[in-house]
Ligand binder design. Structure first.
Ligand SMILES: Nc1ncnc2c1ncn2[C@@H]1O[C@H](COP(=O)(O)OP(=O)(O)OP(=O)(O)O)[C@@H](O)[C@H]1O
Ligand SMILES: [Mg+2]
Length: 340
């Protein structure tokens, strides 16, 4: 074991890094700004400030999509830079790394997380993989080592991962390509259709944080700025919570349908555990108002929205690193022979 160890959750919208013995040391937008296809001009939150504002020679992009590494070169640059930042500008000494990876992905996608670290500038001791739902459940404070089954639903930015766990392993897991980004897109589309107003992703996200509610709520509204579709001029408008609800409800019901599908496939003994403990909801999008009420209404189960919803995965990696009793939850990537 190396002296230092880091746990990394490569989220689609934010990357979170835990340093053993210290806690969460990085929680930034997983985004990079590159000028003229070669010069990195900003990373993380600083690059996010440039998003939708940069001139055409500057590309501001997210290298992780739908929970998997879609742009390896830029993710590698980001990882190197973020780790340099954590080291206070100095290259870190040999360290161990544990990475959370979604369960419902291909072997090649899973391997790419491992290879990313191997191919970085980092001095690497051991690399271990933890199934994301396992890290999530540990981070949510659940005891995953017992035979009592638990259900965790992580609603992130690009994905929702619905999982049933028992005895430290995954009984069922499904990754669906719906998360906060789809809700932002739905808000953008309805504002354009109803108010003839173009708004950006950042504005849509901020409206969502203010007004998105999973059940129809007392009327509220928020001011938004955008560009008039007809005149092309900047314009200010009020967007109502009804409109936001109308745009997002279809996606919320798709998530609930997948939760129901997993529940239907859950072995009966585990199902009775879940009736007992309820469903644990994590991920940044768990903060949508009244989401617990809607899921409860549809499933008749108790719903626990985790308080630190967006960092449960990385906190779980932290606990797995710190607590020797949990170390068996992290495993080296199994060597597989690829035959062409
Ligand atoms: N208060 C809030 N209300 C609604 N949505 C929120 C709130 N705060 C954050 N979000 C949403 O949570 C999402 C980010 O959550 P999280 O950090 O769990 O995602 P991620 O790990 O980057 O993505 P993924 O798990 O899909 O790879 C974003 O879509 C963001 O808009
Ligand atoms: Mg996530």
């Amino acid at each position: 074991m190396a002296l230092k160890a880091f746990g990394i959750d490569f989220g689609t919208s934010t990357i979170k890094i835990y340093k053993k013995g210290q806690g969460i040391v990085l929680n930034e937008r997983n985004i990079i700004a590159v000028a003229d296809r070669k010069n990195v001009i900003a990373i993380g939150d600083e690059a996010y400030d440039m998003y939708e504002k940069a001139p055409s020679n500057i590309a501001v992009t997210y290298p992780v999509r739908s929970g998997v590494i879609a742009d390896v070169a830029n993710m590698l640059t980001l990882l190197n830079q973020f780790m340099l930042h954590i080291g206070g500008g100095k290259r870190l000494g040999t360290s161990d790394y544990i990475v959370a990876v979604p369960t419902d992905i291909t072997e090649v996608e899973r391997r790419s997380f491992y290879e990313l670290i191997m191919n970085s500038n980092l001095k690497v001791g051991h690399i271990k993989i933890v199934e994301k739902p396992v890290a999530d459940a540990v981070g949510a404070g659940l005891d995953v080592m017992t035979a009592k089954g638990v259900m965790v639903v992580n609603i992130g930015a690009d994905t929702t991962e619905i999982s049933i766990l028992s005895l430290g392993g995954i009984v069922l897991s499904k990754l669906i390509p719906i998360g906060g980004n789809k809700l932002d897109e739905a808000i953008k589309n309805i504002v354009k259709r109803k108010y003839n107003l173009y708004i950006g992703d950042k504005t849509a996200e901020s409206i969502k944080k203010k007004l998105a509610c999973a059940i129809p709520q007392v009327e509220a509204s928020a001011k938004v700025y955008g560009r008039d579709v007809v005149t092309g001029l900047p314009k200010e408008m009020e967007v109502s919570s009804d409109t936001v609800y109308e745009s997002i409800q279809e996606y919320l019901y798709t998530i609930i349908d997948s939760i129901k599908m997993i529940l239907e496939r859950t072995p009966p003994e585990i199902a009775s555990d879940i009736i007992d403990s309820g469903i644990y909801v994590t991920g940044g999008s768990a903060k949508i108002f009244s989401l617990d009420e809607l899921i409860h209404k549809e499933t008749e189960l108790n719903i626990n929205i985790c308080p630190e919803a967006s960092t449960t995965v990385v906190s779980g990696l932290g606990k797995i690193m710190e607590d020797a009793k949990l170390s068996s939850l992290a495993s080296p990537l199994k060597a597989k022979t690829f035959v062409n």
